[in-house]
Design a protein around this ligand. Structure first.
Ligand code: UDX
Length: 432
């Protein structure tokens, strides 16, 4: 099949490359010409394990193309995926849909034969209806079908999530589109992925409800972790004990810092904004957002307690600053709250991240990037393990530290409390 992915960000690039790997002809379009030129040279603008290899392979065998000519790319394709960003509106909480609607307008003047137009971007309920109205202004409804097919790709695991999805959600009442999409996804369905056909509005809401639910699960266990710390219980026992109940499930029950990234913070706000529009009160999700926003304050208070309320001139080192491992994404990472706050209190901060220097900290006083774990922690008073990179899972702290009394605050519960204590290290973690 001939596919056109509009937008070569996370969603468009990963989905486009994976579709081409499944044997489709895919053209990835972006109005950013520089990005397209780089992609043509095999240079990938995002950090995603395995992506570069797949791009090069499929570009070489000519199933994957890159272009900045939208009209031509739409003309040559049967299925158009809209994969542009839907960030939070500046100064608001609803999703900014300007990129979606601009693309819809451009598509409306480029339809030469029947097209299936799909939103893969996360869009609020009724956005599909609006896109349909825009395109119908210039085209007969027989010439196009608007479908919602949300993505559920995790950064760092995006390729695996694409190839082995738990489910493929297709929101459309159009029989022809459904048949074509089922066919497109058949290689994944035959490997066990569930194919769910719903109304377009339901598919739009499934995406938001899923992300809001996962954010709730994480926030729930983070609050339980607070209680565990006060009652001498290990939150890991609680996660296992709860997770064994099949109705609950064990995933996304790991306590840690505030959740971040490009989706959960944005999508939880946007679903509330949609609900407000329809005069429906999502009070659970509202309190999840509040609790998550307060999470970094709770962890900062703990840092203060660990250092006996003496933060000024203390050498604090962060291992990892991205919102999760296997990504270079800093969006809504809790390090963006924690590091500036500690710097304000007079701490001398060093950080190391496997994805390198971060411009976000370049103007913050006394915050320096080091290019190795050793240099980052050798003279630290306190090491904060912020992100769960594999690189941080077997560090010999006693060997690397010049200090007699190095303190470790492990926000990802990577190490065993007993083993660390046996090594004579002052070790703190979350909910244990
Ligand atoms: C998420 C969704 O999982 C994905 O389906 C969606 O389409 C895009 O948003 P992503 O943002 O890449 O993916 O990361 P995810 O792995 O979901 O983690 C989000 C945040 O939750 C991170 O800050 C992570 O550290 C945190 N998290 C996750 C926990 O704190 N505990 C957990 O058990 C799981």
């Amino acid at each position: 099949m001939k596919l056109c992915m509009i937008g070569t960000g996370y969603v468009g690039l990963v989905s486009g490359v994976c579709f081409s790997d499944l044997g489709n002809d895919v053209i990835c379009v972006d109005k950013d010409k520089n990005k397209i030129d780089l992609l043509k040279k095999g240079k990938i603008p995002i950090f995603e394990p395995g992506l570069s290899e797949l791009v090069i392979k499929n570009f070489k065998n000519k199933r994957l193309k890159f272009s900045s000519n939208l009209k031509k790319s739409i003309n040559n394709s049967d299925i158009i995926f809209i994969c542009v960003g839907t960030p939070t509106k500046k100064g608001g909480s609803s999703a900014d849909l300007s990129q979606i609607y601009n693309v819809a307008k451009e598509i409306s003047s480029s339809i030469n034969k029947f097209k299936i137009i799909i939103t893969k971007s996360t869009v609020p309920v009724t956005t599909g209806d609006e896109i349909e109205k825009i395109i119908a202004k210039k085209n007969s409804k027989k010439k196009f079908s608007i479908v919602s097919n949300p993505e559920f790709l995790r950064e760092g695991e995006a390729i695996r999530d694409f190839i082995y999805p738990d489910r493929i959600v297709v929101g459309s009442n159009d029989k022809k589109s459904n048949r074509i999409l089922k066919n497109l996804y058949n290689p994944l369905i035959s490997k066990g992925a569930q194919y769910l056909n719903t109304s377009r509005r339901a598919a739009e809401l499934i995406k938001y409800a899923s992300n809001a639910f996962l954010a709730t699960k994480i926030t729930f266990i983070n609050e339980i972790a607070n209680l565990c710390e006060k009652t001498g219980i290990s939150v890991e026992d609680i996660s296992i004990g709860m997770g064994l109940d099949k109705r609950i499930g064990s995933r996304f029950l790991r306590a840690g810092p505030a959740y971040g990234g490009s989706c959960f913070p944005k999508d939880t706000k946007a679903i509330i904004s949609t609900a407000d529009k329809f005069k429906s009160n999502l009070s659970v999700i509202k309190s999840v957002i509040k609790s998550n926003e307060n999470r970094s304050n709770i962890l900062l208070k703990r840092v203060s307690e660990i250092l006996n309320n003496k933060i000024k001139n203390k050498k604090i080192s962060f291992l990892g600053v991205t919102f999760k491992a296997n990504t270079d994404d800093m969006r809504d990472s809790s390090s963006l709250i924690m590091i500036p706050s500690l710097s304000k209190k007079g701490a001398l901060i060093k950080y190391y991240d496997p994805t390198g220097f971060k411009k976000e900290f370049s103007k913050i006083k006394n915050v320096n990037y080091e290019n190795s774990i050793k240099k980052t922690i050798e003279d630290a008073d306190l090491v904060i393990i912020h992100t769960e990179w594999n690189d941080f899972k077997s560090i010999n702290f006693s060997k690397l530290s010049k200090r007699k009394k190095i303190i470790i605050y492990d926000l990802r519960n990577i190490y065993s409390v007993d083993k660390m204590k046996n090594q004579g290290l002052k070790y703190y973690s979350v909910g244990r």
